[in-house]
Write a new protein. Sequence first.
Length: 150
Amino acid sequence: MKAHYREKPKSCGSNRMFGPFPFSGDLEDILHGVFGQHEPTDFSPKSNVSESEVGYQVTIELPGLSTEDISVEVEENRLIVSGEKKIEKAEDTDWTRSERASGKFRRVFEFAKLVDFELISAISNNGVLSIDIPVSAKAMPRKVEIKPSN
Protein backbone atom coordinates (compact mmCIF):
# COMPACT_ATOMS: atom_id res chain seq x y z
CA MET A 1 0.00 0.00 0.00
CA LYS A 2 1.42 3.37 -0.98
CA ALA A 3 1.82 5.84 1.88
CA HIS A 4 -0.41 8.90 1.73
CA TYR A 5 1.76 11.41 3.48
CA ARG A 6 3.95 14.23 2.33
CA GLU A 7 7.15 15.30 3.99
CA LYS A 8 7.80 19.00 3.94
CA PRO A 9 10.97 19.72 1.96
CA LYS A 10 14.03 20.61 3.96
CA SER A 11 15.64 23.95 3.32
CA CYS A 12 18.62 23.70 1.01
CA GLY A 13 20.96 25.59 3.35
CA SER A 14 24.31 23.86 3.29
CA ASN A 15 22.98 20.48 2.18
CA ARG A 16 25.60 19.16 -0.19
CA MET A 17 23.09 17.29 -2.33
CA PHE A 18 21.73 20.59 -3.61
CA GLY A 19 25.11 22.19 -4.27
CA PRO A 20 25.99 23.84 -7.58
CA PHE A 21 27.10 20.51 -9.08
CA PRO A 22 25.50 17.11 -8.62
CA PHE A 23 28.91 15.58 -7.84
CA SER A 24 30.02 18.28 -5.41
CA GLY A 25 29.42 16.03 -2.38
CA ASP A 26 31.57 13.27 -3.85
CA LEU A 27 34.33 15.71 -4.72
CA GLU A 28 34.19 17.13 -1.21
CA ASP A 29 34.51 13.61 0.25
CA ILE A 30 37.53 12.87 -1.98
CA LEU A 31 39.27 16.13 -1.05
CA HIS A 32 38.55 15.66 2.63
CA GLY A 33 39.79 12.07 2.41
CA VAL A 34 43.07 13.25 0.88
CA PHE A 35 43.58 16.02 3.41
CA GLY A 36 42.22 14.07 6.39
CA GLN A 37 39.60 16.68 7.26
CA HIS A 38 35.88 16.22 7.40
CA GLU A 39 33.63 18.30 9.60
CA PRO A 40 29.96 17.54 8.99
CA THR A 41 27.78 20.35 10.26
CA ASP A 42 24.31 19.13 9.33
CA PHE A 43 22.47 16.40 11.16
CA SER A 44 19.45 15.08 9.32
CA PRO A 45 18.15 11.87 10.85
CA LYS A 46 16.85 9.17 8.51
CA SER A 47 13.20 8.20 8.75
CA ASN A 48 10.68 5.65 7.51
CA VAL A 49 6.93 6.13 7.29
CA SER A 50 4.51 3.24 6.97
CA GLU A 51 0.75 3.30 6.59
CA SER A 52 -1.91 0.78 7.55
CA GLU A 53 -5.68 0.85 7.75
CA VAL A 54 -5.52 2.08 11.35
CA GLY A 55 -2.81 4.73 11.03
CA TYR A 56 0.76 5.68 10.33
CA GLN A 57 4.03 4.77 11.96
CA VAL A 58 7.03 7.08 11.71
CA THR A 59 10.42 5.73 12.76
CA ILE A 60 13.44 8.02 12.99
CA GLU A 61 17.05 7.06 13.67
CA LEU A 62 18.34 9.20 16.53
CA PRO A 63 21.42 7.43 17.92
CA GLY A 64 23.02 9.05 20.92
CA LEU A 65 20.04 11.29 21.72
CA SER A 66 18.09 11.06 24.94
CA THR A 67 14.37 11.77 25.14
CA GLU A 68 15.25 15.19 26.61
CA ASP A 69 17.07 16.08 23.34
CA ILE A 70 13.99 15.37 21.20
CA SER A 71 10.73 17.27 20.79
CA VAL A 72 7.61 15.77 19.19
CA GLU A 73 4.83 18.25 18.43
CA VAL A 74 1.61 18.23 16.46
CA GLU A 75 0.15 21.13 14.55
CA GLU A 76 -3.00 20.76 12.46
CA ASN A 77 -2.38 17.58 10.43
CA ARG A 78 1.41 17.72 10.78
CA LEU A 79 3.86 15.89 12.98
CA ILE A 80 6.98 17.90 13.85
CA VAL A 81 10.05 16.15 15.27
CA SER A 82 12.97 18.37 16.24
CA GLY A 83 15.97 18.41 18.49
CA GLU A 84 19.72 18.74 18.64
CA LYS A 85 22.52 16.22 18.52
CA LYS A 86 25.57 17.47 20.39
CA ILE A 87 29.04 15.99 20.37
CA GLU A 88 31.03 16.56 23.53
CA LYS A 89 34.60 17.64 22.87
CA ALA A 90 37.12 18.41 25.56
CA GLU A 91 38.96 21.70 25.04
CA ASP A 92 42.34 19.99 24.86
CA THR A 93 41.17 17.48 22.20
CA ASP A 94 42.60 18.01 18.75
CA TRP A 95 40.86 15.57 16.44
CA THR A 96 42.72 14.43 13.36
CA ARG A 97 39.45 13.44 11.75
CA SER A 98 35.85 13.93 12.81
CA GLU A 99 33.01 12.31 10.86
CA ARG A 100 30.22 12.37 13.41
CA ALA A 101 27.37 14.65 12.40
CA SER A 102 25.84 17.02 14.90
CA GLY A 103 23.54 19.99 15.00
CA LYS A 104 19.89 20.93 15.19
CA PHE A 105 17.30 19.13 13.12
CA ARG A 106 13.61 19.53 12.32
CA ARG A 107 11.49 17.04 10.38
CA VAL A 108 7.89 17.81 9.40
CA PHE A 109 5.47 15.12 8.20
CA GLU A 110 2.06 15.97 6.78
CA PHE A 111 -0.63 13.30 6.47
CA ALA A 112 -3.32 13.04 3.80
CA LYS A 113 -5.76 11.18 6.04
CA LEU A 114 -7.29 12.84 9.06
CA VAL A 115 -5.30 11.58 12.06
CA ASP A 116 -6.10 11.54 15.78
CA PHE A 117 -3.21 13.29 17.48
CA GLU A 118 -4.88 12.86 20.88
CA LEU A 119 -4.00 9.15 20.72
CA ILE A 120 -0.44 9.52 19.42
CA SER A 121 2.28 7.51 21.15
CA ALA A 122 6.07 7.75 20.93
CA ILE A 123 8.69 5.29 22.17
CA SER A 124 12.48 5.62 21.99
CA ASN A 125 14.40 2.34 21.95
CA ASN A 126 18.08 1.80 21.08
CA GLY A 127 18.40 5.08 19.18
CA VAL A 128 15.19 4.66 17.15
CA LEU A 129 12.16 6.84 17.83
CA SER A 130 8.88 5.11 16.88
CA ILE A 131 5.76 7.27 16.65
CA ASP A 132 2.34 5.69 16.14
CA ILE A 133 -0.29 8.02 14.72
CA PRO A 134 -3.80 6.55 14.52
CA VAL A 135 -6.23 7.57 11.80
CA SER A 136 -9.20 9.49 13.16
CA ALA A 137 -12.41 7.50 13.57
CA LYS A 138 -14.00 10.10 11.27
CA ALA A 139 -11.63 9.01 8.47
CA MET A 140 -12.16 5.26 8.98
CA PRO A 141 -14.33 3.46 6.44
CA ARG A 142 -17.76 2.58 7.74
CA LYS A 143 -20.90 1.02 6.44
CA VAL A 144 -23.96 3.24 6.12
CA GLU A 145 -27.26 1.62 6.97
CA ILE A 146 -29.98 2.10 4.38
CA LYS A 147 -33.43 2.50 5.88
CA PRO A 148 -36.54 1.68 3.89
CA SER A 149 -38.97 4.52 3.23
CA ASN A 150 -42.33 4.43 5.07
